[in-house]
Write a protein that binds this ligand. Structure first.
Ligand code: SDX
Length: 427
């Protein structure tokens, strides 16, 4: 049997052989299907890209039915257990786990680029204390683009590498300073002798102590959370990074666009929305009423459901276990009881079962972040920081893919036919 599709166009009786490759057909092969020689030919129509591959990628593999997530072939559970975020960022960028020398050099290059230009502090002062940190992150990334004008040379691998390191290194600094500004606290400069996450915690939470000592359990928990959030194939924000990057925009504005997409409550903003939902439910005894309101279409069960996972999100499983380690240090987050009751009821309720709605990465992560002392507004920022390495690896892969060019979808036009302009006097 041949790897082809035989299509008969019943409008003309003509048949066509369309090649099947990697489980797909090329949409461009449909253009030959015409009813007349001047016909544009067939297009595929796929709103929200529910069933369309936009690229070839070797970075992340998902199996939504089996609940599998692998970075460059390595199962997420093993990476969460045995790796570190910076090692995973190296893996995503380079395709292989680093040896000792490579990891040391990578960590050194990241940890010696954590400072940001002093002007950025003045840019920070321009925001109200209660400006949402995600809005500031989007702006800061675009502002960094105005500093590093050589970043526009996106076809130069050496230039690209420099800015990949800068972005991964500076995201925690930008995020921490936005948080400190919202509290009216002085900025803490990076401590390069601390780990990536230890340094982030110090820039966030150091007060008067001469040297901040991150709690090892919390430092490791944040590192695992960063591993879990690092990449997730062609999600909404990665598609934004690839789309903007396909115009040869620099990595800073490409990631500003990605951060803007991640900010949405249906995407990375869901972790913040989950906490607001749990607070609104307020008590375990209100869970049945809330579930009934969701089933009545009055709102969503935030942190549940996924475009790809039609099974338990493997990341949610790891996070749920991680919560116990964190709560042993911080004290149990009382909202956990509401979350557990929501999960218990939802997983046994036909409405959710029929729609294959399971907890996703955002359902439990916010409970940990809150227990660690983060305000809910910071939760999507805690998603964006690690996802920067995923966005950047996908952005580089797109630029190196000879099949890719500027992203420009077609449309089905539904507007009026040609008509003449009507002068005001005749309207
Ligand atoms: C992330 O893509 C990624 O990989 C994203 C991500 C990543 O790492 O990058 O995994 C991170 O964004 C996780 C998702 C976080 N978002 C939320 O938790 C928000 C709540 N979830 C939903 O909004 C929704 O599940 C989505 C957006 C995640 C997925 O939406 P889809 O695939 O477009 O599915 P849909 O909206 O068409 O829903 C199908 C049905 C609908 O019911 P019917 O119209 O068929 O009756 O399921 C219902 C939806 O109403 N549904 C929900 C629901 N999610 C879907 N009903 C109640 N609560 C929900 N959470």
């Amino acid at each position: 049997m041949a790897d082809t599709l035989s299509i008969t166009d019943n409008r003309t009786g003509k048949t066509y052989e369309i090649a099947i490759q990697d489980g797909t057909i090329r949409a461009a092969d449909l253009r030959q299907i015409k009813v007349a020689s001047d016909d544009f030919g067939l297009m595929s129509y796929d709103p929200a890209f529910m069933n369309t591959a936009s690229c070839r990628s070797a970075i992340t593999y998902l199996d939504g039915d089996a609940g599998i997530l692998r970075y460059r072939g390595y199962p997420i559970e093993q990476l969460a257990e045995q790796s570190t975020y910076l090692e995973v960022a190296y893996l995503l960028m380079h395709g292989e786990l680093p040896n000792t020398q490579q990891l040391g050099a990578w960590e050194h290059s990241i940890m010696t680029h954590t400072f940001v230009h002093e002007f950025l502090k003045r840019a920070l002062e321009g925001y109200r204390y209660d400006a949402h940190p995600m809005g500031r992150l989007v702006a800061f990334l675009a502002t960094l683009s105005t500093f590093y004008t050589d970043a526009k040379d996106v076809r130069n691998p050496e230039i690209r590498k420099q800015h990949v390191v800068r972005i991964i290194a500076k995201m925690p600094t930008i995020a921490a300073w936005a948080y400190r500004h919202s509290l009216g606290r002085p900025y803490i400069y990076p401590s390069n002798e601390l780990s990536y996450c230890g340094n982030f915690l110090a820039m966030l939470f150091q007060i008067a102590e001469p040297k901040y000592k991150p709690h090892p359990v919390l430092e490791r928990a944040l590192d695992v959370l960063f591993i879990l959030h690092a990449d997730h194939e062609q999600n909404c924000s990665t598609s934004a990074a690839r789309g903007v990057g396909s115009a040869e925009s620099d990595p800073y504005v490409s990631l500003a666009a990605a951060s803007a997409a991640l900010y949405g409550p249906l995407h990375g903003g869901a972790n913040e929305a989950v906490l607001r939902m749990l607070k609104k439910i307020g008590n375990v005894k209100n869970v049945p009423e809330f579930i009934a309101s969701v089933k009545a279409g009055e709102g969503k069960l935030m942190g549940f459901g996924h475009r790809v996972y039609k099974n338990y999100d493997p990341r949610a499983k790891v996070i749920k276990k991680l919560a116990d380690d964190v709560f042993a240090v911080t004290g149990r987050n009382p909202l956990l009881d509401i979350a557990l009751e929501l999960e218990k009821i939802a997983l046994s309720d036909e409405y959710f079962i029929k729609r294959k709605l399971y907890p996703n990465v955002d359902f439990y992560s916010g409970l940990i972040y809150q227990a660690m002392g983060f305000p809910v507004e910071m939760f999507p920022v805690l998603f964006a920081i690690p996802r920067a390495s995923g966005w950047l690896s996908q952005w580089c892969e797109m630029l190196d893919d000879n099949e890719q060019k500027i992203s420009r979808p077609r449309q089905i036009y539904t507007g009026p036919d040609a008509r003449d302009y009507v002068p005001m006097a005749k309207r």
